[in-house]
Design a protein around this ligand. Structure first.
Ligand code: HDE
Length: 691
């Protein structure tokens, strides 16, 4: 025990520069103004059983602060998670832009990246059918550049003035306060069916893109057309793309539903565990660059955010990579307080007249004031530039800086008498690109070039594989079955007829409805050549970054397990050990092994593939364990690889598993690990409704 005297001496010795008090290995507990606190267990009361005294300033300060710990959640994208990392230029493009991040190969800048769902509240689940946010803050030597994108390259609306309507329609219905984090309800479909411009993004929302298996396994898009400007002042249009090294992967709908019960933090935990284990996720940054002449030749307007540019018409040039290698130390201080602003650009990157982007330039700055409470939110460490910053903005709530001198206005001549005159504008700084506008009249109109709402919805649908089209139709049928207003369902179907007659027919069949008359498009669609890049399944994903679940019982074959563990490590596949009890099992050679999870706590929906290593006679025992039977039945139903040791047959039979290429006895580690990222699509015909 530390005597009073020696404790005092220790504290005295370790009084830090900032005034902190340290005791052996701990920081001394103090009040907010630094007074050392001796008792953090009991409030100050009159006698041992008497009333608490108003005088108890320690109690009051603690409760006062606690009462105000919450801040308003983001109006959209409330639920998210983020990570630190770096961006590295891999292909310098000074001919296109003077942006400092693209000048030299190998040049790195720190980044903070936040992924999010859009519609749900902060406490909602991770796996709803939804768009995902993909926002990156680059801390460059010329200021912060925020690329605030999504995992889909298009958006629901063309003009910012419709954003509040869109969000009101998708958020829980105003009178009843539900459904949470779901688009499957009347108001969303009512709105989008009256706004045909949303249909292209609605196709993406009904597709597998809205059900990412991991934030690490989705693409990111800047969505809008931006401008690159080079040192000579020459400008090109640019669209930004993030391409995950981990490949693309989505959950099945049935999986997503079950995951939200098993682990509503699934995507957040996935990112955390990957980074903590050293499997740092990585994306390539690509750009599609084109000029005005090219833009003028297209059937669509490149300033319309409901349109994408097929990679087949403008290839994506890879110019850099982003690696996320550090999880935040504090969720609130960093992930919650990070404030992204599309208006944060650096010299060399500029905006276009996209009316959605123009509205965003106002909204994000404005929303931070109500979310973070002060115009000084840029001084919060996660938001502050990492380069020097200096101007004559002063005061405001939570001013953290202590600016010196009298120079709070410009111009001034204070330096003529030897006083600091303060910062001055630079010749080398940001200059808006002097683009010209065609028509000077002030009008509330939508350009005629924004009128085609169907061609790209059709392009997207027709670019999907057969399986993906099935999923999209199933999504549509599910959502419209939740819609209660029949006229809304019919209106949606009337649009589907313009997008693709077969799509409309199959959706109507799924709903048990007769097809209505086709909608009348403002402009008839044109056929665009299908784009392979729009399909997830047309691209083969790597196995690295995936997770294998190994179900073990007492007597499980130690050698087989060791082979799988070694193989997994070499392949970059993470492993979780699951057993009837978390205390673990005794392996075939008598060694005891602790499990990561109990079966009911780690259903197979959490894994990309499963192995069943069951000791003699154990499979039969597990046949009466509902969680174990579901583990296998779901892995089968979700078309995953199931590797087993040969003794698992009774459990496979009990779970209704029929033999196919994806169900096999493991002979080498490669048998299973090579298939961790594979789904056995042919099996879907055996498991109607799950896939
Ligand atoms: Fe956002 N959006 N948005 N958005 N958005 C916000 O800003 C808004 C749009 C996106 O992880 C808010 O700081 C308007 C498109 C992401 O912190 C708010 C319009 C795209 C995030 C806002 C759009 C996005 C937001 C809420 C139509 C993809 C989360 C909190 C004009 C390119 C950033 C906040 C994070 C967040 C407004 C449309 C992406 C209210 C008005 C298009 C990734 O300012």
């Amino acid at each position: 025990m530390v005597t009073k005297k020696s404790a005092a001496t220790n504290n005295q010795d370790s009084l830090g520069q900032g005034g902190e008090l340290h005791q052996a290995g701990h920081t001394a507990l103090t009040s907010n103004h630094g007074m050392p606190i001796t008792d953090n267990q009991n409030s100050l009361r009159l006698g041992a059983r008497g009333p608490t005294l108003l005088e108890d300033f320690v109690l009051r300060e603690k409760i006062f602060h606690f009462d105000h710990e919450r801040i308003p959640e983001r109006i959209v994208h409330a639920r998210g998670t983020g990570a630190h990392g770096y961006f590295e230029c891999t292909q310098a493009i000074p001919e296109l832009t003077q942006a400092c991040v693209f000048q030299k190969e190998g040049h790195r800048v720190p980044v903070f990246c936040r992924f999010s769902t859009v519609a749900g509240s902060k406490g909602s689940k991770d796996t709803p059918r939804d768009v995902r946010g993909f926002a990156v803050k680059f801390y460059t030597e010329q200021g912060n550049w925020d690329l605030v994108g999504n995992n889909m390259p298009v958006f629901f609306i063309q003009d910012a003035i419709k954003f509040p309507d869109l969000i009101h329609a998708v958020k829980p219905e105003a009178d009843r306060g539900f459904p949470q984090a779901a688009s499957a309800h009347d108001t969303f479909w009512d709105f989008v069916s009256l706004m045909p411009e949303s249909l292209h993004t609605v196709m993406w929302l009904m597709s597998d893109r809205a059900l990412p298996r991991s934030f690490r396994m989705m693409q990111g898009f800047g969505v809008h057309t931006f401008r690159f400007v080079n040192a000579q002042g020459k400008s090109h249009f640019v669209k930004f793309h993030w391409k995950p090294k981990q490949g693309l992967q989505s959950t099945l709908w049935d999986e997503a539903v079950k995951i939200s019960g098993a682990d509503s933090d699934y995507l957040r935990r996935d990112l955390y565990e990957a980074i903590q284990s050293g499997a740092f996720p990585e994306w390539e940054l690509g750009v599609q660059v084109f000029d005005q002449e090219w833009a003028d030749r297209q059937d669509y307007d490149v300033l319309d955010a409901t349109k994408l540019i097929p990679e087949e018409s403008v290839p994506v040039k890879i110019v850099g990579r982003m690696v996320l290698d550090r999880y935040p130390d504090n969720f609130f201080a960093e992930t919650e307080q990070v404030a992204f602003l599309p208006s944060n650009v650096i010299p060399g990157i500029d905006f276009t007249d996209d009316p959605l982007l123009q509205g965003r330039l106002f909204s994000y700055l404005d929303t931070q004031k109500s979310r973070l409470g002060t115009v000084n939110f840029h001084q919060i460490p996660i938001n502050a530039p990492r380069c020097p910053f200096s101007n004559m903005q002063r005061d405001g709530m939570m001013q953290m800086q202590v600016p010196k001198g009298r120079a709070t206005y410009e111009p001034n001549s204070l330096d003529e008498v030897g006083e600091p005159g303060g910062p001055r504008a630079q010749a080398q700084g940001f200059r808006s690109f002097p683009s010209t506008v065609e028509d000077g009249a002030k009008l509330r109109v939508r350009a005629e070039s924004f009128a085609d709402h169907y061609s790209q919805a059709r392009l997207f649908y027709r670019s999907q594989t057969e399986v993906e089209q099935e999923h999209l139709i199933a999504g549509l049928v599910f959502e419209l079955s939740k819609v209660q207003l029949n006229h809304v369902r019919l209106r949606v179907l009337s649009h589907m007829r313009i997008i693709d007659e077969d799509l409309a027919k199959r959706a109507a069949q799924g709903l048990g409805l007769t097809l209505p008359a086709a909608a009348k498009p403002a402009r008839p669609p044109v056929d665009m050549p299908p784009s392979k890049a729009l399909s997830i399944l047309a691209q083969k994903p790597p196995v690295a970054g995936r997770m294998l679940g190994i179900l073990l019982t007492d007597g499980a074959d130690k050698e087989l397990l060791q082979m799988l563990l070694t193989g997994a490590q070499e392949a970059g596949v993470a492993v979780k050990l699951i057993a009837p009890q978390v205390g673990g099992v005794t392996l075939s050679d008598g060694t005891a092994l602790a499990a990561d999870e109990k079966i009911a706590g780690a259903p197979s929906v959490l894994f990309d593939a499963v192995a069943l290593l069951l000791g003699q006679g154990q499979a039969l025992k597990l046949c009466t364990n509902k969680a174990a039977v579901d583990f296998v039945a779901d892995a089968y139903g979700h078309l995953k690889a199931i590797g087993h040791d040969g003794g698992a047959q009774p459990l496979l039979d009990r779970a209704g598993v029929s033999a196919d290429k994806g169900v096999f006895v493991i002979k080498t580690g490669e048998d299973l690990l090579g298939k961790v990222a594979t789904r056995f699509w042919e099996r879907r015909h055996q498991v109607d409704g799950m896939a």
